[in-house]
Write a protein that binds this ligand. Sequence first.
Ligand code: BV8
Length: 237
Amino acid sequence: MDQYPARIVVLTGAGISAESGLATFRGEDGLWEGHRVEDVATPEAFGRDPALVHKFYNARRAQLAEVEPNAAHLALARLEAEWPGAFLLVTQNVDNLHERAGSKQLIHMHGENSKAWCIACDRRSPWSAPIGEDSPCPECRAVGALRPDIVWFGEMPYDMDRIEEALRDCDLFVSIGTSGAVYPAAGFVQTARYCGARTLEMNLEPSIGSIYFGESRIGRAGELVPAWVDELLAATS
Ligand code: BV8
């Protein structure tokens, strides 16, 4: 049942950070074209070649210092601040551009490259430098036990219970800048639809799950998202 003000859940993917200069995964500049998925984004890869996996994530972590949030990130932070209803932003991205834009109701379901996770003491610490096999944990001082705080393939994404509850309760589900290639995120639209939400996709091209969306706006996030936020906030004033 549609409630006013609508309870909104937004999902973002690599496409929202593309205009900030961060490579997406499956485009021609794709990260995974540079590296085979199985070489870097799985626990097995990390066990087999930790130095390669650290190198892949260290390069991406270093890039965070050179990029800024773009108009799409800023528009979502404004919507969260000014929207009178419930708002939750779920991102598949491991960059820190949403929080730097001011988003607070934010879940990093695939983890954060600006954090290190110690597998010896299971604690996570903010981390902006390179992680190496000789990096000591700042909490327990164990050496060689740090990994990027990233959810790899075959690992359970974070906060799934909270995400699924928000999807079941929301009136509007909006997906921005994702190809819809990775589960369980790619299935969120179906959960929201099934529970009665309106669904909107904003992407440079129709995603794999585009047929599940009630509305699809094709274009760059940096243009579509601020216009959509203006439209939504104008309706509340
Ligand atoms: C799990 C961290 C279960 C690493 C990532 C069901 C069916 C089939 C397969 C599965 C399934 N369930 C599970 C699987 C397996 C797997 C999966 O989905 N595989 C796929 C490849 C088939 N899923 C998992 O393993 C997940 N785990 O389900 O666990 C479980 C159960 C019990 C116990 C234990 C476990 C874990 C998935 C998480 C993997 N980690 N990232 C890293 O970041 O390095 S996924 C990775 O892909 C990134 O997080 C990325 O965000 C995500 C999705 O990619 P996108 O963000 O969509 O990026 P992409 O480049 O693909 O698309 C960008 C889009 O933007 C494009 O459409 C483009 O057109 C658009 N765009 C570009 N520029 C712009 C733009 N749009 C707007 N404006 C622009 N300027």
